[in-house]
Design a protein around this ligand. Structure first.
Ligand code: NAG
Ligand code: NAG
Ligand code: NAG
Ligand code: NAG
Ligand code: NAG
Ligand code: NAG
Ligand code: NAG
Ligand code: NAG
Length: 639
């Protein structure tokens, strides 16, 4: 989990801080303004190489001192960076605020510079040393729209007094001060902050200018002055953290209570964080670094230079902000939404569950790989997005949805005839054969099932969710939930020993063929219903020479009966318990073709398919443990 690390850090920080008797306040990570220096980097890749270490370096300074500068690389692709937490932030608040800077600043990439003002901290990078700059073209004031109209003159005087007083104090107090002024019944609170590297004369001129500028905000209840060298804010609300001052009062019992409170708070936070991270809720969205930041800019540069790049914002709009009514379904690795791009093109957008750094790394390699894999029976990947808070994949959209909705449909209105079913079987076989043998990289799908076969408007099959499986192999919880969902399709050697070869796909394909022909869902071969599994039923009818009984009577027809029986035999051969007895997918394609052309090739089935109940009983315990206890498949191979 992406958050696990930050939660751990947070927890450690909280616990260590609790002994220093520092409380947690408000990191004030809300965005005030961000702008980018609209100059493209001389070399985006080199800039990216320098950006990540620059941020790492900055991070260590800021975490230690609440302030830092760093210089990485040489011109014209140098990265000079500065970050400053405002003086009232505790060190944990500063960490939180800076982490937001870190995740937002890369939005300016591949521009040579970017500036970001949050309410609790400031960050900037350029390709030159700007550390002594106190003014820039973009210096500005931001005023709120709500006016304090009851007595504008008096209010204005109060603002002037407070701002003047506090900015003067800041110049004499290491660049930071807070304070307030009251007139009658209105109070104005002010915070002034210069960047720590500035000497007092530079700080003084920056705040002096900022203070005169901010007065134009009155009678607004809220005003902010954003300067290259300082930040000034006033408000009628008390907005800074007073905790540090108030909690420093003495008394052992109070200290103990604070420590206990902090520990409890930390635990609650951790639990809450885990809970929310699990649900991928608000916390993750607000505080979690963007993928681009997590991964680093290198891959970001590669992807954004490729034609695979989509903007998160565009996809968010395309899917109506991932609205429930746009949801197409729940895929193995994420939720799929229908989207309409601004040019009217329909796409399927998959919002992935996992966002860990290690995983992202593999994910982008995978995107690259999957992009190279092109076949008429494979769903085309159009691209991905990595500039948002979650990873998105963009696929071609198919109106007809997935095969399971056709063959298992009770309401018969989506009925496919035999010809259409045969074409689907053949198309899936060709797609899989391509993945196994013809693509540059050998890809085992691992998750062939009816819901992973999409149908285009001509009912041609498109296999989806391929390639990704490799990335998820590391993620054991995911693997097990994947297994739990599609147990009936899984080859025995894969369930029991975790042996994964192309023959596992052949097995799943065989099950799929039997489903298509019978119109019945496979059920798990494991457990008390093993002997009633689809495979067992078909095998028993085969032995009794009554295979006609299993054919979906919606497609049964004397003219095609022999052809259907041949296809069932292919399905049975693909589901042989011994993986060596199963044909390869390219062989299956040949068999299907010869079946069509009428060259009768005799299929002889010696062994029954995978339905031997006695070894299954031993397996049953294993499998249910496998699913319930989140164990990895490979750990079972010891047996
Ligand atoms: C943008 O970068 C250029 C140098 O590349 C610099 O001269 C200029 O001042 C920068 N602009 C801002 C607003 O920082
Ligand atoms: C100044 O800010 C505006 C947006 O507020 C931005 O469009 C512009 O590029 C910025 N200029 C520089 C030099 O950063
Ligand atoms: C940060 O960069 C400075 C040089 O600018 C270097 O001396 C220092 O070791 C770096 N610190 C880290 C943590 O990388
Ligand atoms: C910053 O980058 C711009 C654009 O690549 C370049 O023209 C300029 O010389 C660079 N600035 C420095 C100080 O190298
Ligand atoms: C200004 O607004 C604050 C609350 O927003 C209120 O308490 C105060 O009385 C107002 N002052 C004046 C002078 O209107
Ligand atoms: C302004 O600051 C001085 C000390 O620097 C203090 O004595 C005075 O009371 C302050 N004025 C207000 C209105 O807070
Ligand atoms: C502010 O104080 C005056 C008297 O000094 C009073 O009449 C008025 O009601 C007060 N306003 C508010 C909003 O409390
Ligand atoms: C402050 O720094 C600026 C720029 O580095 C310098 O020109 C100035 O002389 C310094 N002022 C004092 C008082 O040190």
């Amino acid at each position: 989990m992406a958050c696990a690390l930050c939660i751990q850090t947070l927890a450690l920080a909280l616990i260590s801080l609790s002994f220093l008797n520092i409380t947690i306040g408000d990191p004030r990570t809300s965005l005030v303004a961000q702008w980018c220096n609209h100059t493209l980097a001389a070399n985006g890749a080199i800039l990216a190489d320098n950006f990540v270490p620059a941020m790492d370096n900055l991070s260590s300074h800021v975490n230690a001192n609440g302030y830092g500068t760093s210089i990485t690389g040489v011109n014209p692709n140098a990265v000079c960076a500065l970050a400053q937490c405002y003086g009232d932030l505790s060190s944990i608040d500063c960490k939180l605020c800076f982490s937001e800077i870190r995740s937002q600043l890369p939005k300016c990439y591949p521009d040579t510079g970017g500036t970001l003002f949050l309410d609790g901290c400031f960050g900037r990078y350029e390709n030159y040393t700007f550390f002594d700059e106190i003014f820039s073209r973009n210096d500005t004031t931001i005023c709120s729209f709500s006016n304090n109209n009851s007595n504008p003159n008096i209010f204005g005087q109060t603002v002037k007094e407070a701002v003047g007083n506090v900015s003067l104090q800041a110049q004499n107090k290491h660049g930071f001060a807070v304070g307030s002024a009251s007139n009658f019944n209105s109070t104005v609170y002010v915070l002034a902050q210069c960047w720590e590297n500035l000497n007092s004369s530079l700080c003084s001129s920056c705040l002096h200018t900022a203070a005169s500028a901010i007065l134009s905000c009155s009678p607004a209840t809220e005003g902010r002055a954003l300067y290259a060298g300082c930040f000034l804010r006033y408000s009628t609300k008390l907005f800074w953290n007073v905790n540090q001052a108030s909690s420093s009062s003495s008394g052992t019992s109070k200290t103990i209570w604070i420590i206990v409170g902090l520990l409890v708070g930390a635990i609650v936070l951790i639990l809450l964080g885990l809970l929310i991270a699990k649900r991928r809720g608000l916390w993750g969205r607000k505080k979690q670094a963007s993928l681009k930041d997590l991964y680093g800019l290198e891959m970001a540069a590669a992807i954004s230079q490729s034609n695979l790049n989509f903007k998160y914002e565009d996809l968010r709009k395309a899917t109506n902000n991932f609205k429930l009514s746009n949801k197409l379904g729940q895929g193995s690795y994420g939720t799929v939404y229908k989207g309409v791009l601004s040019d009217g093109k329909e796409v399927a957008v998959k919002q992935l569950f996992l966002n860990t750094r290690q995983w992202i790394e593999q994910f982008f390699n995978e995107v690259d790989l999957v992009n190279k894999v092109r076949h008429k029976n494979l769903v085309k990947l159009l691209g991905c997005s990595l500039d948002g808070s979650e990873s998105l994949l963009v696929y071609e959209y198919y109106k007809n949805r997935s095969l399971d909705q056709f063959i298992f449909d009770e309401s018969h209105d989506k009925l496919l005839d035999w010809q259409q079913r045969f074409d689907i079987i053949q198309g899936v076989a060709e797609g899989l054969s391509y993945l196994h043998d013809e693509s540059d990289t050998r890809i085992i799908h691992r998750d062939i099932k009816a819901s992973n076969i999409l149908l285009d408007d001509k009912l041609k099959p498109k296999i989806t969710d391929f390639g990704l499986a490799r990335s998820f192999a590391q993620d054991q919880t995911h693997l097990t939930t994947g297994i739990a969902g599609t147990l009936g399709y899984l080859a025995p050697e894969y369930i029991v020993h975790g042996h994964l070869t192309e023959k596992a796909d052949v097995y799943s394909f065989g099950v799929l063929v039997l489903e298509i022909v019978t119109g019945k869902r496979c059920s798990s071969p494991v457990g008390s219903h093993a002997e009633h599994s689809l495979l067992a039923k078909v095998w028993n009818q085969y032995k009794a020479n009554t295979l006609d009984n299993v054919i979906d009577n919606r497609i049964y027809n004397k003219n095609v009966r022999d052809e259907i029986i041949q296809v069932i035999l292919i399905g049975l051969q693909c589901t042989q318990a011994d993986s060596h007895s199963r044909p390869t997918m390219s062989r299956v394609v040949e068999l299907l073709r010869s079946n069509r052309s009428g060259d009768d090739e005799e299929l002889v089935l010696l062994d029954p398919p995978f339905l031997d109940v006695s070894p299954m009983e031993a397996l049953e315990g294993e499998s249910s443990r496998l699913i319930s206890a989140d164990m990895s498949v490979s750990r079972l191979s010891a047996r």
